[in-house]
Design a protein around this ligand. Structure first.
Ligand SMILES: Cc1cc2nc3c(=O)[nH]c(=O)nc-3n(C[C@H](O)[C@H](O)[C@H](O)COP(=O)(O)OP(=O)(O)OC[C@H]3O[C@@H](n4cnc5c(N)ncnc54)[C@H](O)[C@@H]3O)c2cc1C
Length: 388
């Protein structure tokens, strides 16, 4: 058994755990001298991950969108702050990772979901005409559409490059990563915890729960009450269009009734049936019926004539009962910190959430402004239900 002494152990090497570890490096210098809320001296950070690679689960299975107008106001503030941090990341990478991918909201003929509801809930949306939608995305069938709204601010992000940036910050900052190390036991120890993860024992002053779909079961290992975090399946498939050539710069199209979205992926089409099926925490796999459903729905409203999928994947969006992430110290126990429940917003909020949590742990000001600080404060966990 290898033993590690650390200040902060982050459980989970998805985008939440990685962006936090990178932000701790930026804020304090992991493995180097720094002062802060975890005490003065060296801030040591260990990331433990069940899998043999980082980002194996939901973080590598997203649609790669950053939509500033998507989600409730607090999410929008964190998304705007994340977008504000991207130029610095792009400079460090020496390449751009954001590209415009405007969104066309489609109200389908005969559907109850039409532009009014989108215009009421999406701040940046503006009403548009069917002719304009078809001129921007010629694969759409005008006859299938009843109303249109546009969100011109949506962006696509290169998630592989973003994760690569976080990983490189961790490496250069001296963060220890323990792969293939599922946390299986935790015991109070000194001022913090003794955590068993695979063949490792980690003695840490603070544990951060960034375990994605496993966040509630992980909390249970630490004697903390579950917060009702529920994973939901969501599938993406990529298929060639046999009906017409795909222009890689087309906008994304999304059904106002939430039965599909699609966008170019190079010269193929990436699409989701937007299923919200509750799931256990697992390595989710696509179901042929979900892939067939979305292919059929898109072929009904476009002339793309999508053929067989070339690849499909399924991830788990994990939601709290309020729909907002749960981020902050366990009430009554400052040694246990939640960073969970990011739902469908975990990519677009990652940089800002990582920076806010790092600042909170180290006792710094994150410097992201009052709106973000207020949004962040609203994510703090409520006390868990009393246990007998
Ligand atoms: C189809 C789909 C499309 C999406 N599109 C977008 C999008 O366009 N934009 C956006 O912002 N968000 C999107 N999301 C949501 C986003 O992908 C998630 O919010 C985000 O990836 C969650 O990151 P995470 O690090 O919390 O979880 P994960 O990436 O799942 O990481 C959690 C990690 O914890 C590890 N772990 C769990 N238990 C233990 C344990 N006991 N010991 C050690 N390690 C453990 C797991 O192995 C896993 O690697 C999408 C999600 C899906 C499914």
């Amino acid at each position: 058994m290898s033993v590690y002494e650390t200040d902060i152990v982050i459980v989970g090497g998805g985008i939440a755990g990685q962006s936090l570890a990178a932000a701790l490096v930026d804020a304090a210098g992991a493995g180097r001298g720094a002062a802060g809320g975890v005490g003065s001296g060296t801030v040591r950070v260990v990331v433990v991950e069940s899998e043999n690679t980082l980002g194996h689960h939901t973080s590598s299975r997203s649609a790669s969108q950053m939509q500033p107008s998507y989600g409730p106001p607090g999410i929008r503030a964190l998304t705007a702050a994340t977008l504000g941090l991207m130029p610095g990341i792009e400079r460090a990478l020496g390449t751009s990772i954001l590209s415009p991918r405007p969104l066309i909201w489609c109200g389908l003929r005969g559907s109850a979901a039409q532009a009014d509801s989108v215009l009421a809930s999406v701040p940046d949306a503006r009403e548009g005409s069917i002719a304009e939608a078809v001129s921007r995305l010629p694969a759409l069938r005008a006859s299938a559409l009843e109303s249109i709204a546009f969100d011109k601010n949506a962006q696509e992000v290169d998630v592989t490059a973003l994760l690569g940036y976080y990983r490189e910050r961790m490496r250069t900052g001296g963060v220890t990563v323990l792969y293939g190390s599922a946390v299986s036991d935790a015991q109070p120890f000194a001022d913090g915890w003794r955590v068993t993860a695979g063949s490792n024992e980690i003695r840490a002053r603070i544990v951060v729960n960034a375990a994605g779909a496993w966040a509630d079961p992980l909390a249970g290992l630490f004697g903390k009450a579950p917060r009702g975090l529920q994973p939901y399946r969501r599938t993406i498939t990529v298929a060639a269009a046999t009906g017409r050539a795909v222009d890689p710069s087309w906008p994304m199209a999304s059904d106002m009734g939430d039965t599909f979205y699609f966008r170019p992926q190079g010269t193929e089409i990436l699409a989701s049936p937007l299923e919200d099926t509750p799931s256990v925490a697992e390595d989710a796999r696509p179901r042929p019926s979900d892939v067939a459903d979305v292919t059929q729905r898109i072929n009904a409203v476009t002339d793309l004539a999508l053929g067989r999928s070339t690849r499909s994947w399924t991830g788990l969006r994990t939601l709290s009962p309020s729909g907002l992430p749960i981020v902050g110290r366990e009430p009554g126990d400052p040694t246990f910190y939640w960073l969970a429940g990011q739902g469908g917003y975990g990519i677009q909020t990652s940089a800002a959430l990582g920076r806010m949590v790092a600042a909170d742990l180290l006792g710094h000001d994150a410097g992201l402004g009052d709106d973000v600080a207020a949004a962040f404060a609203r994510l703090a966990p409520e006390p868990g239900p009393a246990t007998a």
